[in-house]
Design a protein around this ligand. Structure first.
Ligand SMILES: Cc1ncc(COP(=O)(O)O)c(C=O)c1O
Length: 441
């Protein structure tokens, strides 16, 4: 499974963006997050283009929770996408990167006053309101500031996507949004309309889940959402101009994952939208989307250095297990522990050789942090560089300092050059927030 610009070079090494990954490991150290900038740009352009070809009224926001730093804000802006942020920290990153604030959406199920005030101060394009308390607080703050804030209301379509329970959000039993079924969503829309001129509601939002490997649930959600647009119009006299269906398209973590291509996904989404607009007699809204994983996931590869290799006896066949320990693990990629995420890997220095053995790739934390339970891999020795694929989304952004590990560096690679986009933390960085109270000194 080679993704994006990954290829095996003349030396038999894994190359990404024209850079030999073993050379990247030598130059920048490991663990190292390598992002294929060409693939990211291509993904952003293609995602926008396939939808624009099928349905011209479009807005694609990159969901920055998947991968965020100052450099990616520049790339996303240059590719003409909007940006979805979900915290003060994500919003502040966008501000510092000079991202155009009118193209930013602020999310969150429990936004703080500081976050709402920041939204007003910086002039974000939309606040996606999650609940009635937030709606009232935002209306009050907008009135105080003398500004009008555009908002979406986040609603729960009440469908259960087939994905891991920790990344499901479309079902009734969720902390996110307001239920269509109970009438809570309609109540919030009515109240938002009454909060003019401080709030200007322009549309409705839903997000049903993540790593979805078919478009079935999106199609269901679109039918429910468009039906709700009709109901809103009939009840309030106001027809929403914007319909945001969130993100969710899955990626290939392992060869067995076969998500729809962008083109197939766009065919399904726009097909479902067009059918629902006819069915409910609704004028075409602007379609907003917030893909995260689908834009960044396959563009990321994490490089590790192999340390201890240990063979242990196990009761089941083949009677032994080989543990290949790497110089990272839970702190740079918590996804296997969080939701049983699966990955493929290869020996970066022997990428052209056949995968002849099965090993368990183990982290070095004080947990049983197995990154890959049964990895097919080439011959591997201590000191080799192990490359784990599809780590571009929900990895660097989820990194922690567990066991006081400094967080890894990140580079963008393109056209044979590598640029640092986040430097490796030092041990001093890790200690930099600690304070010894005087009485303990
Ligand atoms: C509101 C919202 N939009 C977009 C996304 C991005 O989802 P994905 O990375 O699956 O595209 C998420 C992910 O949790 C989300 O909560």
């Amino acid at each position: 499974m080679l993704l994006g610009s990954q290829r095996v070079n003349a030396q038999g090494h894994l190359e990404i963006g024209g850079c030999d990954t073993t050379a990247l490991a030598a130059e920048f150290g490991t663990p190292l997050y390598v992002m294929d900038e060409g693939q990211i740009r291509d993904n952003c352009r293609r995602y926008k283009a396939v939808f624009a070809e099928r349905y011209p009224k479009n807005d694609v926001s990159f969901a920055s929770k998947a991968y965020l730093n100052l450099a990616i804000c520049k790339v996303v802006e240059q590719e003409g996408l909007s940006l979805d942020v979900a915290s003060a920290g994500e919003l502040y990153t966008a501000v510092k990167a000079g991202f155009p604030m009118e193209h930013v959406l602020l999310h969150g199920n429990n936004k703080s006053q500081q976050e709402l005030e920041m939204a007003l101060e910086y002039g974000v394009g939309r606040v996606v309101v999650d609940n009635l308390a937030e709606l009232r607080q935002l209306a009050f703050l907008a009135k105080q500031s003398g500004k009008t804030q555009k908002v979406f209301i986040r609603v729960t379509p009440g469908i259960d996507p087939r994905t891991h329970r920790r990344i499901r959000t479309g079902q009734e039993d969720t902390k996110f949004g307001l239920s269509i079924a109970t009438g809570a969503a309609l109540e919030a829309v009515t109240e938002a309309l009454g909060a003019a001129p401080h709030l200007e509601i322009t549309g409705l939002h839903c997000h049903i889940g993540s790593q979805l490997l078919d478009s079935h649930t999106h199609e269901q959600a679109i039918d429910i959402m468009v039906g709700f647009l009709r109901k809103v119009a009939d009840t309030t006299g106001w027809m929403p101009e914007d319909l945001d269906i969130g993100g969710g398209l899955g990626i290939r973590y392992v060869e067995a994952h076969q998500p729809p291509s962008y083109e197939e996904f766009a065919d399904s989404v726009i097909g479902a939208l067009t059918a629902a607009l006819t069915k409910y007699d609704v004028p075409p809204p602007t379609l907003w989307q917030e893909p995260g994983r689908a834009l960044m996931g396959e563009a990321g590869t994490t490089l590790y250095t192999v340390g201890v290799i240990k063979t242990v006896a196990i009761p089941e066949a083949p009677g032994t297990r080989i543990y290949v320990a790497i110089d990272g693990g839970l702190s740079d990629n918590p996804r296997p522990q969080l939701y049983d995420a699966v990955y493929e890997c290869l020996n970066a220095g022997r990428a052209g050789e056949p995968k002849t053995q099965t090993v368990a790739v183990a982290g070095k934390h004080c947990e049983t942090d197995i990154l890959i339970q049964a990895a097919q891999i080439q011959r591997i020795e201590t000191g080799d560089i192990l490359a784990v694929q599809s780590t571009g989304a929900y990895n660097a952004v989820m990194a922690s300092n567990y066991n006081r590990f400094p967080r890894p560096a990140g580079v963008f690679v393109a056209d044979g050059a590598a640029d640092l986009v986040s430097r490796r933390e030092t041990l001093e960085d890790v200690l930099s927030l600690d304070i010894i109270p005087k009485r303990l000194a």
